[in-house]
Design a binder for this molecule. Sequence first.
Ligand code: GLC
Length: 684
Amino acid sequence: MAKKSRAVRKKEAAASTKPAAAVKAAADTKAEAEAEVKAKAEAGAKKKAEAEAKKKAEAEKKAKAAKAAAEKKEENDRIFAQRLGRHHDELRWLYMELYGNDDMFAELCGQMKRYYDMRNDKLKQLDAQREVAGEWYRKRDMVGMMMYIDNFAGNIKGVQEKLSYIEKCNVNYVHLMPFLDSPKGRSDGGYAVADFRKVKPELGTMEDLSELAEKCHEKGISLCMDFVMNHTSEDHEWAVKARQGDGEYMSRYFFYADPSIPQEYEKTVPQVFPTTAPGNFTYLPELGHYVMTTFYPYQWDLNYRNPRVFNEMMYNFLYLANQGMDIIRIDAVPYIWKELGTNCRNLPQVHTIVRMMRMIGEIVCPGIVLLGEVVMEPDKVAPYFGTVEKPECHMLYNVTTMATTWNTVATRDIRLLRKQMDIVCALPREYTFLNYLRCHDDIGWGLDYDTLRTWGMEEVPHKKYLNDYFQGKTEGSVSRGELYNEDLVTGDARFCATTASMCGVESAGFEQDEQKMDQAITKDVMLHAYMFTQSGIPMLYSGDEIGQVNDYTYKDDPEKAPDSRYIHRGKFNWDLVENIKDKSSVQGRIFNALGKLEKIRRSEPVFNADAKVWTKDYSDQSILWIVRRAEGEELHAVFNFSDYPKTVWMPEKAEYTNLLSGGMDDIVTVDMPGWGFFWMKRKL
Ligand code: GLC
């Protein structure tokens, strides 16, 4: 039964009472009913007003957001237009000089804007900060480490989990070795890229990469990746279409049906892998064509005469930059332009392309640093910095200094190293070198043979001496390692091994000789200290911080066996990391010594990037003396490249601070063990 309302019940009650009371009750009832109606109406009005207010607020919020978005877009457009404006004329000039194609240039500009729009806000903020800060990568606390993702931590997520170890190594710049999709067994360590927009599935995904970049940025770590622009894998979509005879795609590579052209090229182009991949062309029988393959036969050289190649590769570069990369290593850059009748290295067009790439980066993602891989003789390297007004790469590998360092280890004669360092020190201080002892590649003995000749050392026998020495074949040599691409015709060979093995850690461990181990560790630490003293950014090779030795297991893998570079690309040994807690273990001694050097470097202004650096003449051919001066202080860094203890006279009696012991004293002489060093600082 329906419930009676209060008013009805009252009315009924009133009807059953006396007349006067009934009248009053009726009046009451009426008033109450009216009040009820009024209250209802008020509540309704309030609700309506509230709804309207809410709607209004929402509309206002929306309008505000739209206005903010429009303002942000306007601001972003303004920033882009400003950056484009800064570089447009020069970029267009260079582009037209190379390609003379207005449409393709217009497309490039449109795509630059598109990639800029896609760049996320956090990265744009970082760009802005870095634009203000200027050379953000040149800070004295920068320490790099290069690593293979799988060797170090299995996959990208694994690297993320190991970031605390990376921090413990004082490293704030991580170079992840090639990780893009690359065919198994035909990958050249990942340098044969099949898809520039896909991570190797076993290592993870692009999302994992972006996430890692974000986590790194939160910790102040920068990420570096390779951009392999000289060639693609034969499995790349373009190569697959080219192999099917699609003319448009064939024109993205160098195809010749007539063998006489490849033969002409072979007359002037040297070989990169004379033993493992001889020649510069590969014949494709199914097509009846030769294709240019400077490196391995499955790495097809891209034809940068074709603007489609340049444009598309720039889009790939921008895509990767947008994943959160901070440093892009341009692989094998001297090779990217080919010209019949030349050696196809360092041609002027290469510089045009790198300069354009620098401007494209500065327009879309100015926080990015270009690191050029120019493994060439010294006079070919520095031009890749461009000029101070028209820069190309931000950073270059200090490759000649690296090779000359090992030459010094083998000869105990610092003269060539000093000459090389003087050349580097005389370059503009804006030029930033990446200093390293070892990397993933072999050591090619690219030394200044003209100078060596004046001291009675001829190129071929000297290279043989170095290779014999580092293989441990020479009397007194403690080094271990293997040759790489021995060219039986020219007698040339390069060398592969880890830093620790080259310093004697492997042989001393094998012989269980403690004294030899002491000397090996002393040498290993001294070489790192010397690297930290050089001007530029030090780059550790993952595993070196714990003295990891050569890995011979690559010989059991048929895919790796022919390439001895895998001897120094072993799995990172996490069991050995446990030993760093034990300060007397090999790992503990190396790890803690490097840590101490890194901390000193980080805290002392004499290590500023813009410090004045020079070498000092000293009467002993085994003593390398480097001076750094900044902020009214001077560092005397002295290295003993010999097996014997030495006493070194300071230039004048003065009060020095020994940066390693912290002690301060008036010093006249300093004693050093064989392969020892010191860092003495004084006020000027
Ligand atoms: C670079 C890499 C090397 C690779 C070559 C071809 O030199 O460092 O490992 O083999 O390029 O991409």
